[in-house]
Write a protein that binds this ligand. Sequence first.
Ligand code: PLP
Length: 344
Amino acid sequence: MHGYTPGEQVVGCTKLNTNESAVPPSPAVLAALAALEDDRLRLYPDPRANALRRVAAERYGVTVDHLLVGNGSDDCLTVLYRAFLAPGERVAVPWPTYGLYDDLATLQGSEIVHVDYRITANDWLLPDSLARQGAKLTIVANPNNPSGTLVPVAELRRLADQVEGILVVDEAYVDFAGRDDDGTGASLIAHLDAHPNLVILRTFSKSYSLAGARLGLLFAHPELVAHLMKVKDSYNVNHLSQAAGLAALEDRSHHRQLIAVTLAERARLETGLAALGWTWPRSAANFLLCEVGPRAKEILDALKARGLLVRWWNRPDLVTKLRITVGNRADNDRLLVALREIAG
Ligand SMILES: Cc1ncc(COP(=O)(O)O)c(C=O)c1O
């Protein structure tokens, strides 16, 4: 099998290739870590992360029993695959999307079914036949990675009603969907109770700037969560990350500010990229999937030579595109200067 290929990490390079946040995490996170007592390392962590679940439940308007905490949302995905997919059973995704959905299917011995997005100039639309794939799990990243495009809540609710199995909506980037500071208008969390087969994933890696802590949240019907609890590793989230997540959730104003800065920088980056004649589908995330043409790989390499990493895939459906994460002001300026030299 091929394993998942994580985005490159090159010391000294500016990472605009894995959609991390360009803004540092809340200072309250570092303070919470500094204040930890040594028992917190000597003893095992709370296996269910109950303190974090309580704060998250209040923050998102659900009960503690609707929540499972994962070692990144990738861990939540692993738990879902293990729980729901026997060898040979199907998982369906609209395609192209986040590559890990494929790799986990391979590990599980299950079959992955790709149903192509309907791609228009500005948008990627959900394929009509997605619900009819006989899949135990159907997964939609919303906003989608790598396109950054957003499917409306009403459409996903319809899909939840149509699929026979579980619908997983991976909302890793929904906080950037622009309606408010926590993606409420674009998120399915408020509709959880209406759909017992719905699972929603969130991560602290993007809008909370905690990719290094590895922390994700899974929201679902309490009965479903109770089953998933049996499947996860017992101590799947270390105490430091639980404390970091709790402090991050409590600092609402930092979260709002991080999102506002990211959206303002996204707009600036868009203006600069448009001046190069590049196009991309409308993004509801902290990255842009730019159509660059046959020179995409050459531009990727030239950027790397200047210390700037962006993402490119050597696959027919993405080969002419570069995915660029919104950086901070200085990173974006450097990127635009470099691109004007290389591609202008
Ligand atoms: C759609 C999507 N889901 C999940 C993840 C991984 O999130 P985490 O860092 O919480 O494992 C990513 C990371 O890029 C992603 O793009």
